[in-house]
Structures are given as C-alpha cells and as structure tokens.
Write a protein that binds this ligand. Structure first.
Ligand SMILES: [Zn+2]
Length: 137
C-alpha cells in the first residue's frame, strides 16, 4: 500500500518516504523527492549552509578535540601493532625479503645479460654499416 505525499499529492510506495518514528505509519508525510527538491531550492540551500556552518562553529572545538583524541588513540594502537608484527614476524620478514632479493638478482642478471647480448650485436652491425658506408667506397 502506498501513501499520498502531502506536498506533491502523488501516491507513492512507503519506501519513497523517509522513516519517521513519531508518525503513525513510521514514515514522513512528505516524500523523499519533495524533501530533496525542497533542499535544492536556493533559499533553502542557504539556510542549510548557515545551519551547518553554525553547527560547525559551535562544535568546532569539540570536533577538534574529538579528532585529536581519536588520532592519538589510533596512533598508539598503530605503532604498537606494527611493533608487535615486526617482533612476531622478524624471521619471516627477513626470509621473505632475502628470498625476494635472491630471486630478483638472478632475474636481473639474466635481463642484463640479454640486454647486453642483444645490443652488442646491434652495435656491431651498426658499426660495420658505418664503416662500410664511410670507407668502403
Ligand atoms: Zn512528494
């Protein structure tokens, strides 16, 4: 069963209304679309902005303090955790990075060799061509 919006007078599903505890059917009398349209009106936008700004101004100190506390709490937690992790995993960590380096040093060596090999041939060819072009005439 739908409900008729008291603003646009269109019957809409209850899902189209914001929840509102104090009303009989648990939703507001004005549909979501009407509320958002209403909020989009310039004069209302300004009102909302002022309200938000006032709220922020009034609560600025509180917010700052709260954030600081939160940050400090988390910072300590994070530091502790990473310390713990390193202590618990120092062997594993070392192993991992060692094996990674080993694997990659081989790979790097091979790549370097390949690169030098390929380019030596190219260079030789280029040099030969240059010599032929310049002296063999
Ligand atoms: Zn409506």
């Amino acid at each position: 069963m739908g409900k008729i919006c008291s603003k646009c007078k269109i019957e809409k599903e209850l899902g189209e209304y914001h929840k509102y505890k104090n009303s009989k059917d648990g939703v507001k009398n004005i549909c979501k679309k009407c509320i958002s349209d209403n909020n989009k009106k310039p004069e209302n936008k300004e009102k909302i902005n002022i309200r938000n700004r006032n709220w922020r101004n009034e609560n600025n100190e509180k917010i700052k303090e709260y954030r600081k506390k939160d940050y400090n709490k988390n910072k300590e937690k994070i530091i502790l955790k990473s310390k713990e992790w390193r202590l618990n995993n120092s062997e594993k960590y070392k192993e991992l990075s060692d094996s990674y380096r080993e694997k990659n040093s081989d790979l790097l060596k091979i790549k370097k060799k390949q690169y030098r090999g390929k380019n030596r041939e190219k260079l030789l060819k280029l040099t030969k061509k240059w010599v032929v072009d310049n002296y063999a005439k």
